[in-house]
Design a protein around this ligand. Sequence first.
Ligand code: ADP
Length: 451
Amino acid sequence: VVKALVHPDDAAGLIEAVRHSIATGEPYSMKYRLRRADGVYRWVDGRAEPLRDTSGAIVQWYAISIDIDEEMRTQQALHERERSLFQLVETLPIMIDCAGPDGEPIYRSRQLSEFLGYGLESLQATGKSRLSGTLDSGVHPDDVEGVKKHYAHSLATGEPYARKHRLRRFDGEYRWVDTRAAPMRNTDGAIVQWNVTCLDIDREVKAQEELRIAQENLARASQAASMAELSASIAHEVNQPLAAIVANSHACHRWLSTEPANLERAKVTAERIIRDANSAADVISRIRALFRHAPQAKLPEDINNLVGEVCRLMADQLAAKDVRIETGLAPDLPAIMLDGVQMQQVIVNLIRNGIDAMDTVFDRARTLQITSGREGSDAIRVEVRDAGTGFMDSDRAFDPFFTTKQHGMGMGLVICRSIIESHGGRLWVANNETGGATVGFTLPVAATDGT
Ligand code: ADP
């Protein structure tokens, strides 16, 4: 009977269970497929319990079977769905992590476990929470503070999280990853889980860094080249008249030394000296003109916008040198008539000097403070304050070609000052009492043109 009615795959198990119950008197419960009259197999839940007499001997077995076909199919479909979702998560080409509302990880995809070299289970023993265990051992020591701070902020506010940082791979290599987390909420809006993705972007970051270094080297090389060219042409142009001046001075001396002195000849030679000296002076003023900027139309601009724009432009350089900008920009500053390109050049130069000055700083935060505000009733003031080495010789900082840097040109501050002065403002430098230097400038609010 069993063979004819029960599905061939379930029959052996059922017979075994029934035999076991009969032999031992234990009740049985089995799920199996039973053939209906129309030949269709349906899942049933079959159970049997023995009825015993007072002596405990089995008199009769009560057996029931309930049709659970619908339930089984729904369950199977659910299992199938769960399996496919799980597979989806495990095969997505990204590392995935899920955390509870408090940020404690509750699930970690195979790819993430493989990257880290350990699963969630092994964190239990450390005594730390799984979250800080993962962050402390995985995130680069220089990044871990920022990661913790921002993650805590997201956990506290429910704001999505996104950050690029270095993460330690199983082999000890730190690789750049892009981590993002978003909260999953229940129907009441309460956060039930954080879903986190983590993408290895190491190659991209390294490529970008190499590109930046290549660009920097190129800029430096062309600066050095133009510097060398410039010096050669200055030397060439100035040497000629200088040589002639020396020769003519000797000649002049000789005409005056003869007995009697040949005043006529001496006069002619002195005139030549004057001519050559003037031509040397011309060369110098032509070179100065090179550094003077072609006057551009000045337009009303918001200095805070300019500062913001430059900071954005320099974001990569700042990040590469680990320098953080803190701005304290006064709102509602009046627009200033200025040449935007030149003023950008000034701000870029001051920021770059600040970055350079903090290059050897390791014992404190490399922070660059940029502030703006009013200076009296008719001017505004901008200051760039760094935590660097300070000026070694602030008197010489404005000497053309004075530089303490290996690849410096020593023209930055000279040019900045001339630009600010051509706008009717003033530029100064000072060392901070607490270390580092501040470079500031003023710009008049009224449309003046100092040139
Ligand atoms: P460069 O940057 O090419 O050297 P600059 O004219 O911009 O030319 O600067 C001249 C010199 O002034 C620098 O070499 C450096 O010694 C000093 N200097 C400029 N800015 C700073 C600063 N923020 N902190 C300390 N020293 C500075």
